[in-house]
Design a protein around this ligand. Structure first.
Ligand code: AVJ
Length: 338
């Protein structure tokens, strides 16, 4: 019997669940974070506030620039190794932290299909619209797939995802872990470790140390998208905290700090100015040329990956790298598990 279109879409919707893990507003911590960051020297802002609707769109556009090799290199590598990963882990569930549009996940789902390892997909993100959209696309593409989506902040709400007997593969892709300082990365990994069972596995994407010119270009694209992405955080503050930033009076600057092995992204004040922030009942003074750190993006070596994982309670089981060694995918297991 032929099913009508509405029966079809209902059947698809029934394969999707969406659970709100936190009741806290993702922007709830913005005021405190901005107050703290702007009182620090150098002034700084946390990178997680880049990603409002405009910022998420700008990031997607950055990924398409010729200079920003990260996304396409990781995507190609994942396509290459997905079968090996699924064969090694044979997961019942695939949990993806910061899943966004879930575009790269398709490689793993196809590998699952090929190997008759029909895992449930658990995308985890702050944006429920993005999750709903991605889930609908995926159940549409994969007739066998069930999606259990989680809305929350993976830095705070990890403890609330259940941990059953089934094997879970946890994904953290895109080298997002590079945004965390050493101690933050260790704390995040330990928190993740604590919700994982001994048989669970962790697949982590990491950008590698490479020629400084290649790194520099990736964060200073010719089209100016990274500059717009950087300044977008000022628009977010203006909107959410009744701020008076004039984004055009700040210059985008991204440099590779070789001794720290990280990109540092700044907004430099082009002139001396006082910026009112209504919701904080304050004015923030900037000297001419004063830098404000908006993001670090760490670059890794096999040795720094090992030591970071070790501090977080993991050991690398398999290390996959692209032929140009621009990017790594590391399959890790809890250190104290068999
Ligand atoms: C999404 C955090 C991996 O650090 O490369 C892109 C964000 N910043 N261009 C990165 C970003 C500037 C990106 N991550």
């Amino acid at each position: 019997m032929k099913r009508t279109q509405s029966q079809e879409s209902r059947a698809q919707r029934e394969r999707i669940t969406l659970e709100q893990l936190s009741t806290v507003d993702p922007l709830g911590s913005l005021a405190d974070d901005v107050r703290t960051g702007l009182a620090a020297r150098p002034k700084s802002l946390p990178p997680k506030y880049f990603y409002d609707e405009t910022g998420s769109w700008l990031f997607e556009e950055i990924c398409k620039t010729p200079e920003y090799y990260l996304t396409r290199t990781e995507d190609a590598l994942l396509a290459e190794v997905a079968d090996a990963v699924i064969e090694a882990v044979r997961p019942s569930r695939i949990l993806e932290l910061g899943s966004g549009s879930s575009r790269k996940t398709g490689h793993l789902l196809r590998a699952c299909e090929n190997q008759r390892c029909l895992a449930r997909y658990e995308p985890f993100d702050v944006c429920s619209e993005m999750l709903q959209h991605a889930a609908e696309r995926l159940v549409n593409e994969h007739g066998w797939l069930n999606v259990d989506a989680f809305v929350g902040d993976y830095l705070h709400d990890l403890q609330r995802i259940g941990n059953g007997e089934e094997t879970r593969l946890v994904l953290f892709l895109g080298s997002t872990i590079g945004n965390f300082a050493d101690d933050e990365a260790a704390a995040f990994l330990r928190a993740l470790r604590s919700v994982m069972g001994g048989g669970d596995r962790f697949l982590l994407g990491l950008d590698r140390v490479k020629d400084t010119r290649v790194l520099h270009a990736a964060y200073n694209d010719a089209a100016g998208l990274t500059a717009a992405f950087n300044r977008n955080v000022l628009h977010v503050i203006n909107r959410e905290l009744d701020g008076g930033f004039r984004p055009q009076s700040f210059a985008h600057r991204a440099i590779y700090n070789e001794s720290e092995a990280r990109i540092e992204m700044y907004l430099d004040a082009l002139e001396a100015q006082r910026v009112p922030i209504g919701a904080l009942s304050t004015q923030v003074a900037f000297a001419e040329g004063e830098p404000m750190l908006t993001e670090i993006s760490r670059k890794f070596t096999p040795a720094s990956i090992q030591s970071m994982l070790g501090r977080g309670g993991f050991v690398a089981e398999q290390h996959f790298e692209s032929a140009d060694r621009y990017f790594s995918l590391v399959l890790a297991r809890p250190a104290d598990a068999p």
